[in-house]
Design a protein around this ligand. Sequence first.
Ligand code: PEP
Ligand code: MN
Length: 265
Amino acid sequence: MALDLQPLNLPGIDNRRPTVIAGPCSAETEAQVMTTATALHEAGYKIFRAGIWKPRTKPGGFEGNGITALPWLRRVHEELDMLTATEVATADHVRAALDYGVDILWIGARTAVDPFAVQSVADALRGEDIPVLVKNPVNPEIDLWQGALERVNLAGIKRLGAIHRGFSYYERNIYRNLPMWHIPVELKKREPGLPVFCDPSHIGGKRDLIAPLCQHAMDLGMDGLIVESHCDPDSAWSDAAQQVTPATLKSIVDQLDIVNLSDLG
Ligand code: PEP
Ligand code: MN
């Protein structure tokens, strides 16, 4: 089934590559959210990400602040005029995020593997006009990724995008999640109008890999980047090794070699 798509059409965002979504893995405290968002805003970024509900592999880790953190995202939107984005994994998450005016939602890699979970998120989105991004499922099955996108699309969401965050692999590797670039390339072939974002943070798992992964994604023609950025990465409550400061992010993005088709005349 071909997806029935409309452009993401994000207010204040032009269509030059890359569209950058940046912010911490998790919204930890109101001060951390506002400090990070202010620095990203000053660096010129316009879309702020932060996890509110964090899927953790093992119990006992930081599982997110839940709805307590939603007013912090609303402050980012109102005071800094940034768009906000967060992960939703259940229908309750969707309703809470919509109530607080979150601008963009994404479905995480652990949710995208489960058609029942994706369907319940899709059902909660029915009738809404909000951009939704779907991460690849943790296992390398393009049909499962495409199926998750279709479920959301069939619920009436046309402003849809995909996030490539790499795939679990059983052997040790330099990557936290194997990129398997051919999979997002194939997805783009199947759905040419679908914007694809690269998430170098969850592919690489460490700071040093962010720049080369961003460049590779741009070389493959991907549309955007979603990068974890924290005001004090070493003290992050989740995914500390892969987060970069807003200043580092700016220097990585500014050094990317990007050919925009519109520049070719
Ligand atoms: C995240 O974006 O912080 C996250 C949990 O990502 P993923 O679903 O790709 O593991
Ligand atoms: Mn993370």
